[in-house]
Design a protein around this ligand. Structure first.
Ligand code: GRF
Length: 203
């Protein structure tokens, strides 16, 4: 069996990171979090990781261009030898060099049903468009913005009178139940086929 080590990258609140941590603690997800890295030093999620006694690394990105930063990120992750890199509210695009090193092993969660509403403020975009159903998507990360192969999705109804806050909260609840399932799926796939480069999920 492949090692099941997850590196979490985050920039903020960290509720998706905590949901993954909880799924592991409950025994629903057979994996371990090897490190939590934040590009924002005072991110709440990073403080939480420290409190939990996890390897928590602050790697500020301010003022560093992408290629240079991603090399630092690669060097930071290497000693932990993660099997998967899970973005959980990590507000950066990853360089081709980074993605090459973790080909097929970088995942992200997005608060809309991709390919609808990629990028920032997905819930606001959905409300402004007037869709009646939105949701969340876990996907493999490629060089685009929220464009990689889709792993799992969950639909969430948009209610009359929803605000960005109420819709975001309803979607977030589903995010927390979806991300760990997608991680389990990818880890199981890696067990069956440990070198996934070029073997991406069907679109
Ligand atoms: C979530 O809505 C996630 O879908 C998006 O960023 C937000 C992160 O929230 N990528 P949290 O930091 O996990 O609470």
């Amino acid at each position: 069996m492949m090692p099941r080590k997850i590196a979490i990258l985050l920039s903020g609140r960290g509720s998706n990171f905590l949901a993954i941590h909880d799924a592991i603690a409950r025994g629903d997800l057979n994996a371990g979090i090897c490190c939590v890295v934040s590009n924002v030093p005072d991110a709440a999620g990073l403080a939480k990781a420290r409190e939990l006694g996890l390897n928590a690394v602050s790697l500020p990105s301010r003022g560093i261009e992408r290629t240079g930063y991603d090399r630092l990120l690669l060097a930071t992750l290497r000693p932990f030898s993660p099997t998967l890199v899970c973005l959980a509210g990590f507000m950066r695009i990853l360089s081709p060099e980074f993605l090459r090193e973790y080909a097929g092993r970088v995942m992200n969660i997005h608060p809309a049903l991709l390919p609808s509403f990629p990028g920032l403020h997905a819930q606001r975009q959905a409300l402004q468009y007037g869709v009646k159903v939105s949701g969340c998507t876990v996907h493999l990360v490629d060089e685009g913005v929220d464009t990689g192969p889709i792993l799992l999705q969950r639909a969430v109804e948009v209610f009359e009178g929803d605000t960005e806050e109420t819709l975001s909260a309803r979607i977030l609840k589903q995010e927390h139940d979806l991300y760990w399932r997608a991680i389990a799926m990818v880890l199981d796939r890696l067990d069956r086929n440990p070198s996934p480069a070029g073997d991406t999920a069907p679109r």
